[in-house]
Design a binder for this molecule. Sequence first.
Ligand code: PMV
Length: 335
Amino acid sequence: MVMMLMKATAIANSNIALVKYWGKRNSDLMLPHNSSVSMTLDNLNTMTTVEFSENFSEYELKINGKTAKGEELKRVATHLDLLQDSSPQKRFAKIMSESNFPKKAGLASSASGFAALTLAGTKALGQNLTLKELSILSRRGSGSASRSILGGFVEWIKGSLLDGSDSHAIQIEEEGHWPELSMIVTIISTEEKKVSSRAGMSQTVKTSPFYDAWLDTIESDVEKMKQAITKKNFTLLGKIAENNALKMHATMHTTIPPILYWESGSLSIMKEVLKLREEGTECYFTMDAGPQVKILCQQKDLETIKSRVTELDLVKDIIICHPGGEARLIEDHLF
Ligand code: PMV
């Protein structure tokens, strides 16, 4: 009998939310309290190979060349078990994953990671799923991963059904819609963060007195952001994105105990962005669950902003990104 090779490799881009997802209504199914909008990034990606075999007796995971254990291995194993829910026989797998940027530093490594794992994993199992199905499954690994399945500009619709079957991402505009829109990702620290976004969200929902205020303005932010994207209105996009990020961080700062992802370098960059704007160079910042600041600007101002930011002492590195494409399968395997 010829054994079918149960192996596949996928590459997925990371995404940065322009209107953030922060807080879950159901943490087992990863159902959010609010919808979110993101841009998929062409220059931050994760490549993952998954191979299932009857001969394997455990899951084996390597991330960026290092064997992963503990919580990290458990999350991936749970996800691959989930992908096999409808299979008659459960198999273990070898998984190798490589990202071109530091993980767990607030650069959405779990977004590209779980999107690539879902696409490679389902393909290796012989399943050919729709983008909606892939988005729903990726969401179960990491909420933001639901958006990394798609390219360009993406909305993750929060949904209202209890089983989560209507909580998935859809594309607002494809990546070619607005190629001039640029994001300068500044790297201030590559240390892994102490509070995961999962723990941070849960603490915020439970203890921040501002969480309801966050939810009160979110749907209006989502609507305005979608308009800004479709009409390529950079000023509206930047204003909403910056204000939305600050509102999210305000909910974190007011939890008990407080969650402060900002480092002094983060603040220096945020102030530099405000200064550039005062001087007439239009740019805006956004931040996630980590110290890195992402600057939104237009292609014509990229060089000016890049050189100003590079001059700041606390900036270790910068990565320039533009809208990127959807997750895809590739022929070259990592092992
Ligand atoms: O799904 P997670 O665990 O990667 O959480 C993402 C949280 C934020 O990055 C802060 C916001 C977002 O929408 O990506």
